[in-house]
Design a protein around this ligand. Structure first.
Ligand code: SF4
Ligand code: SF4
Length: 102
């Protein structure tokens, strides 16, 4: 997980109040909240932002099968080959039928 603050933070300062971040990793820089290196990704600051600008994101390695991804399917012979061969057989049969007169 990584915790980030969206760019349009107006810098209200609520997330930098004492008691929000256990490692004091959030600071206001140039009027915006920024998360520094001390962040332990606990997620406690997320609920501190009144306008929901602090987001937790899963890193790609943390995306699991249980998150809705499926195992890749086994590669099979394309189905159209099968269809073509049956169609060819049908044409051959019809040709035989017309040539034998039945
Ligand atoms: S996720 Fe936790 S450690 Fe990181 S900035 Fe937010 S409160 Fe601080
Ligand atoms: S509480 Fe939200 S809006 Fe306020 S400074 Fe923090 S991230 Fe920005």
């Amino acid at each position: 997980m990584s915790v980030t603050i969206l760019k349009h933070c107006p810098g209200c300062g609520k997330c930098v109040r004492p008691g929000v971040c256990p490692t004091n990793a959030i600071a206001i820089n140039d009027g915006k909240a920024v998360i520094g290196e001390g962040c332990i990704e606990c997620g406690l600051c997320i609920s501190a932002c009144p306008i929901g600008l602090i987001k937790a994101e899963k890193k790609p390695a943390e995306v699991k099968k249980s998150d809705g991804l499926k195992e890749p399917e086994e590669i099979k012979e394309p189905k159209y080959q099968e269809d073509l061969s049956t169609e060819q057989n049908r044409e051959e049969e019809q040709h035989e039928q017309t040539s034998t007169g039945s």
